[in-house]
Design a protein around this ligand. Sequence first.
Ligand code: ZN
Length: 214
Amino acid sequence: MRTSQTTRAWVAEGTELCHKAVAGLDEASYSAPSSLPGWTRKHVVAHLAANARALSNLMHWAHTGKPTAMYSSPEQRLADIESGARLPASWLTSWFEGSAQLLTYAMAALTEEQWRAPVVTAQGRTVPASEVPWMRTREVMVHAVDLDTGIRFADLPEEFLAELRHDIVGKRGSDTVPTVRGSSADITAYLAGRPYTGVTTGDGSPAEPLTPWL
Ligand code: ZN
């Protein structure tokens, strides 16, 4: 089981991976497609920046007891990603880093009791505030791969991959996911609806891709 310390270390690690992924990109490669359909790398980074701000809202909620939604509406969420994706590379990177830093500060400000406070996610799930670092970990780790600058699932911490598989199978429903064989990294990519190789079902035939996730 993950601890809150491990998870917050993963947030920092995933943030650093994303930072490294975009650090050397010029304007053209930053605006090139990511591995997510319809999204450039800039869209992914704008989504991550907006996500940090949204999760900071949940930290604020837990800290003050004042309900603060992640996003004002689904439309506004998409509009912010679109406008963020039009920013010059250095501005976008600054937004990503600043929002990640603010989220780190907001997480550091919570007391034990406030970590247990219930908050509501954009999907309408009520969760304890302590779920937020894990929500952020998933975003920065998986989207670091989606940025398609060379980071692979195999580069992510093994313990994180195990937690992610557990989380995804729980959300997809264990009866809808076939039992498959392959490397730990490839099975995780398969479950996440990302590109994978060498994943087979019980009879040795290639596993059919699942629908995208996250
Ligand atoms: Zn995402």
